[in-house]
Design a protein around this ligand. Structure first.
Ligand SMILES: Nc1nc2c(ncn2[C@@H]2O[C@H](COP(=O)(O)OP(=O)(O)OP(=O)(O)O)[C@@H](O)[C@H]2O)c(=O)[nH]1
Ligand SMILES: [Zn+2]
Length: 198
């Protein structure tokens, strides 16, 4: 695994002042960042979010998914706790990339669900690789986390990276008429746990 640390700086946000840590993966030609608040290297469990890039949801206010809401909720929770880490992984479109995600959206406009659309384009349902996390976690000396997610695959991936998950915290997802079917499919086909919404 080639992910390596490059540099850190302060990052003031609407939810307070974070530190931003930059990592590069030259093999995959990707740049990832982690936002931290407080001392995350003291060995105590860290409130953490592993967020996959979603340009349309995170930056362009799309209502097709719940990513922007989850990003905000995670930063707010970390800020309220005064300590935590948000991993922003550049794995757009569950790893298929932005333009392929737009192709997948077009197929969904024609009736496919989010998994079928990926498959029709020749991809797996979820192409993300979480092994890139290990060097980032090691650099930040994070050993134990309270993970904000509905996705059991992320829990398994962190455990495989040698991190202890002391708690999984469901992340509230905002349902609207545009993302209702998408959220249903995540629960039915991608294993997402939505017990908090039921
Ligand atoms: N291929 C594809 N990717 C999508 C679609 N909608 C959202 N995404 C991407 O899915 C990723 C977010 O994954 P989600 O499944 O929403 O959530 P998660 O990160 O697995 O799990 P949580 O931690 O519970 O949020 C982002 O990279 C989005 O760009 C879609 O219809 N097709
Ligand atoms: Zn999204």
């Amino acid at each position: 695994m080639t992910t390596r640390y490059v540099e850190s700086s302060r990052l003031p946000t609407a939810w307070g002042v974070f530190d931003i840590h930059g990592f590069e993966d030259p093999q995959a030609n990707k740049e990832h960042v982690v936002l931290t608040m407080g001392d995350v290297s003291d060995g105590e469990p860290v409130l953490a979010r592993i967020h996959s890039e979603c340009l349309t949801g995170d930056a362009l206010f799309s209502m097709r998914c719940d990513c922007g809401n989850q990003l905000e909720a995670a930063l707010k929770a970390i800020s309220e706790a005064g300590r935590g880490a948000l991993f922003y992984l550049r794995q757009e479109g569950r790893g298929i990339g932005l333009l392929n995600k737009i192709k997948a959206y077009k197929l969904q406009d024609a009736g496919a669900d989010t998994v079928e659309a990926n498959e029709q384009l020749g991809f797996g349902a979820d192409m993300r690789d979480y092994t890139i996390l290990k060097p980032m976690l090691e650099h930040l000396k994070i050993q134990k986390v309270r993970l904000m997610t509905n996705n059991p695959r992320k829990v398994a991936a962190l455990e495989a990276a040698g991190v202890e998950i002391v708690e999984r915290i469901p992340l509230h997802t905002a349902c609207n008429p545009h993302n209702e079917k998408y959220l249903q499919t995540k629960g039915a086909k991608l294993g997402h746990l939505f017990e908090d919404r039921e």
